[in-house]
Every structure is written in C-alpha cells, then in structure tokens.
Design a protein around this ligand. Structure first.
Ligand code: AMP
Length: 570
C-alpha cells in the first residue's frame, strides 16, 4: 500500500530519484518505506513479503546507493530461485540505475551459455543476480569472485527451500565476506529459513507486509459465474465489449493458452499465447507486441506471465481460477499499473465457489457478480468505433480518387437514393469485421444464471437424463470440464502421489524433479508436494486432478537422462 511519504524523503541519491520518477512511482510502498532507510543505514533486513509488494525496489534502491563505482568488483549479489525472477530483478536494477554511469548488472542462470556469462563476468559487474546452481558453478570455476562483496540478498527464500536450493545457498554464503550486509525476503518462514536467518543475518530488522496490501492502483474485481454460455464465448463477448486497452487472460495449461488465443484470433481479436514452451526471445517479443499495441490480448500461464509489467493492461481475465489467493493477487496485479485503474474478471464454476470464498477472505475483497455484456452493448461500442473511423477517414488527405468513384456511381445509378448508397457501402465495409454479433441461447429453466443462481433443479436433472441439446456448445463444454477436472483447493489442497522412474542411482536430486515438473507442467513449485527418492525410482506428490494432457507430457520428460514415465499410485 502506498504511503504519504515521498521518495525524496528517503535519502536516496539524485540519479535514483530521477529514475524512480521516470518509472512513474509516486510514493514508496509499505515495504519500501520500511526497508530503504534500514538498508541505507547498513542494517540487515528480514522482509516477510511476496511478489507485488514492491520488494525488489525495497532492496535494489538502497543497495545501488551503497556501490562504490571506483572499485572494479562485484559488490551486490542477489540470489533468486528461478531464471524468470533473476531476469525480472536484473531488469529492475537496470531501470533504477539507468542514470548511474558505469554500473553494470549481470544475470547468471542455468540454461544460458557459459560463454555469455563468462564474458559478462570478466567485466566485473557491480551487481550479479543469479540462480544458486549457476552462481556456485562460477564460484567453483573461479569466474565469479565475491571478495569485495558489500551486500547479499536472498529473494524468495522459501521458494528456494521448496526447490531444494537451500544447501547451495548456504555454500554461497560461506564464500562471502563476514562483513557483508544481508537482506532476506520470504513470503513464509519455514523452520529452515528461520535457521538461515539466525545463522547468517546480523541482528536483522524484521519488516512484514501482508499480501492484502499488495494490490496497487485501483482494480475493480468481479466474478462471472459460468453458466450455459461456454467460457470461450463469454471471453470473446467481454473482449468485444470491453477492450479499451490491452488485456491479459490467464489459463491453466500451455495448450489452453494456444487454444484460447487461436479462438480469439479466429474471431478478429489480436491475441497471442504466452507460455513456458516458448523460448525467452519469443516470450519477450510477445510482451513487446503487447506493449507496442501490435497485439491487444495475451493468453498466459501463471509462470510465463510472472513479472509482466505493461502499463496498457487494463483488464485481467482469470479464465481458469488460480490455484490460490497468492496467485490471484499476483495475476490481478498485472493491471492497475503505475497508478492507473484496472479491471479483473474471474470465471468461476459452480464447484469452485469454495475457493472463490477463500480468495475473498484472504484478500479481504468481495468480487462483484457480473453479467456478460449484451449484444446491444457490443453494437453500441462498435457503432461508436465506426463513427470514429469514418470521421478519421474524412479528415484524411487525398480522398479525391474515392470521391470521383462515388460521383460516378451516383450518376450511373440515378434511381438510387444517397442514403441507400451509403447503407450499401457500409454493409460492404463491415463485411470483414461484422458490426452485428449473435446472441447467446437463452438459459433453460434450471440452468445457472450470471449470478450463479439456478432455478428448478428437477427440471434440469430430467433434461440431463433425456440428453440435453448437444447442439449448444456451452452445455457440452461445461459438462466436459466438470467431468475432466477436479477443483483445485488452496494451500491445504488434496494431493495425489505419483511414481517416476528416476532415482538415487541415476544421480537425481529433489531439485531436479521440482525444476522439471515446475517448468514442463507450468506448475509453481509450491504446488509440488513431498518428494521421496529411492534407489531406482522416486515418488512425488502433486495436486489432485492433474489434467491428463499434463500427465501425458510429464511422462516423456527427461531427468538425469531418463524419462519420468510418471504413473499415478494408489
Ligand atoms: P515487486 O513486488 O518488486 O515484484 O514489484 C511489483 C511491481 O510493482 C513492479 O512491477 C514494480 O514496477 C511496481 N512497483 C514497485 N514499487 C512501486 C511504487 N512505489 N509505485 C508504483 N509501482 C511500484
């Protein structure tokens, strides 16, 4: 939550204040207001905060001010659990330091060629942001030296623990000078993180920020209760009636992002998928297209959308309900950027109402039930857009060639009234992008309405037994979804156990399994439960009801040169 303090009161240097202003930050967030003075003072900090609270600036800004530009060595290192987060933090450091000349920031993470990183490290970057495994590799090779280190940040420490990186983190800590300053950020404080804090932080100051304060700007949050209208049709209608700027649509699987984006493209909406199957360059290109307005809608998975910061996103649609409240806060935070207002619409099925209530409780927000825009709403908007286009066209120069044709038609078709001619031209002009859209079928008795209420149940059951009208895609689609996917629950959700054909004798470690599943199935690692390693196989707990296409894909994934061949256990 923003405060009444302004950045200039926080004793940050002028180049940083200038960068902050250019980024459009008006006042510091709660965590920034608390952390910046402490870190400037040289204190160690324990920040209990998650993504979306502004924690990156809370440590990056003061630590940038601690860097001595005359010393040619790495002075700040940030350890992050994933490549995505490392890149996001690097971007933030670059944004904040853009008016400080001679300050370089280098990301180092697994998966990127060593050569690029070695070249970067030879230039002694003042700040290194890395994932623990790759940082250790560089320390062991002697290509990264931390003798002159002034500060170390552990970002998302609990996530590092979940991913099995905590031993690596400790190894790195042991390579750093005792005198360095430390900041540790974690959304939760499991025992192991408490131990690390006690052992490595020096009399830390604790700052706690609750997630409910973490949504910035003003975001109007609503819920659409799925009914007889299929979700794809509902999404299209929303975008047809409400796409003032850009939108981001969250789907659960990578395949869904492609299917939904293709469906929108087929219906003349400029949409693109964004998922973990796309390489980094392709993903960045997609985000760039959203920024520049070449595309208006991005359909993304949670993991791929992490850290997207595009001001023109005015609408977030949760096509599939997120796994938990934290993911919800993170998703809707993609809108309402830089003090703008935004809208978030969440699609909720009847069997997901419990999770919806949980999200409402956790975020102390009530999601307003909404109906879909009507055909008339869409028509009204399209007519307005058409009028604007016509006016813009009239204002264009060199229209004489067209005027000549009109005069020619008028003289040849003497009996045709001008109004009829205009009408015919309009009908031709809109043939590509029709003004008029079809209405949805009316709900039958017993079906859910937009507010999630339904009428006479017996009638519905009778309809079901007799076989409902399968010609209506909405009913068929919804029934299919209900059968195939069980509802996800929040943190205490039910787990299922799976066997995978890779074990200790193949050299596997829990972090390899977490990494493979998190990346390949696009599941945040926090949803991956206990992993047990045996000699020739392992077991892993995953949320109940994993879609079968995800399992089929995981079957074929290689870890330590062996296919997982994942099988559900009894
Ligand atoms: P973080 O929690 O560090 O991932 O930050 C979440 C988002 O909030 C980032 O996209 C930042 O650009 C944005 N942000 C951070 N601090 C501020 C601020 N003081 N005012 C406005 N936006 C901010």
């Amino acid at each position: 939550m923003s405060s009444s303090t302004v950045f200039s009161e926080l004793n940050l240097s002028a180049p940083l204040l200038q960068a902050i202003e250019e980024l459009g930050y008006v006042s510091p967030t709660e965590i920034q207001e608390a952390c910046i003075p402490m870190l400037l003072e040289g204190r160690d900090v324990l920040g209990l905060a998650q993504t979306g609270t502004g924690k990156t600036a809370a440590f990056a800004l003061p630590l940038l001010d601690k860097i001595d530009l005359s010393q040619r060595c790495t002075q700040v290192i940030v350890l992050a659990p994933t490549r995505e987060l490392a890149l996001q933090v690097t971007d933030a450091f670059n944004d904040f330091s853009k008016h400080i000349s001679g300050l370089s920031v280098l990301p180092v993470y697994g998966g990127q060629s060593f050569k690029v990183q070695l070249d970067g490290l030879k230039r002694h970057p003042k700040v290194v942001v890395g994932t623990p495994g790759r940082v250790i590799d560089h320390l062991n090779r002697g290509t990264l030296k931390l003798d002159g280190l002034k500060a170390l940040v552990l970002d998302e420490a609990d996530e590092m623990l979940r991913m099995g990186f905590i031993d690596d983190v400790e190894t790195i800590l042991q390579h750093t000078p005792e005198t360095k300053q430390m900041a540790l950020f974690s959304a939760t404080m499991p025992k192991e993180i408490q131990r690390i804090t006690k052992r490595y932080l020096n009399d830390p100051q604790t700052v706690q920020v609750s997630p409910r304060n973490s949504t910035k700007g003003s975001i109007a949050q609503s819920v659409w209760f799925c009914n007889h209208v299929h979700k794809k049709d509902a999404l299209l209608r929303l975008l047809q009636a409400d796409l003032e700027d850009a939108a981001i649509v969250f789907a659960r699987t990578k395949q869904d992002t492609i299917d939904i984006a293709t469906w929108l493209q087929d219906n003349k909406v400029a949409a693109l998928p964004l998922n973990g199957d796309m390489n980094q360059a392709h993903r960045e290109q997609t985000i760039q297209q959203l920024k520049s307005g070449k595309t208006d809608v991005v359909v993304a998975t949670d993991v791929a959308a992490r850290g997207i910061d595009v001001e023109r996103i005015a609408l977030v649609v949760n096509y599939d309900l997120p796994f938990d409240s934290e993911a919800y806060v993170h998703r809707i935070g993609r809108t309402g950027r830089a003090g703008r207002s935004g809208k978030a619409i969440t699609f909720v099925k009847q069997n997901q109402k419990r999770l919806l209530r949980q999200i409402e409780r956790d975020t102390s927000t009530r999601l307003e039930p909404m109906g879909l825009p009507s055909v008339d709403d869409v028509l009204k908007l399209r007519k307005e857009q058409l009028k604007e286009k016509v006016l813009a066209e009239i204002a264009k120069p060199n229209m004489e060639r067209f005027a000549n044709i009109v005069r020619e038609i008028q003289s040849e078709l003497e009996n045709v009234q001008d109004a009829d001619l205009l009408t015919a031209l309009l009908a031709l002009a809109q043939a590509e992008e029709p003004l008029f859209i079809k209405d949805f079928p009316k709900p039958k008795r017993g079906e859910y309405n937009d507010r999630g209420e339904r009428g006479d149940r017996r009638r519905r059951d009778r309809n079901d037994r007799n076989g409902r009208d399968r010609g209506e895609r909405g009913e068929r689609g919804d029934r299919g979804d209900r059968r195939d996917r069980k509802p996800r629950r929040s943190s205490n959700e039910k787990m299922e156990c799976f066997r995978i054909e890779v074990g200790l004798e193949h050299g596997v470690q829990a972090k390899n399994i977490v990494g493979a599943i998190a990346n390949e199935a696009d599941i945040s690692s926090k949803f991956i439960g206990q992993i047990k390693l045996f000699d020739n196989h392992s077991t892993v707990e995953l949320p109940e009801g994993m879609p079968s296409d995800v399992l089929t894909h995981l079957n074929k994934v290689y870890v330590c040169n062996r296919q997982l061949k994942m099988k559900r256990m009894q």
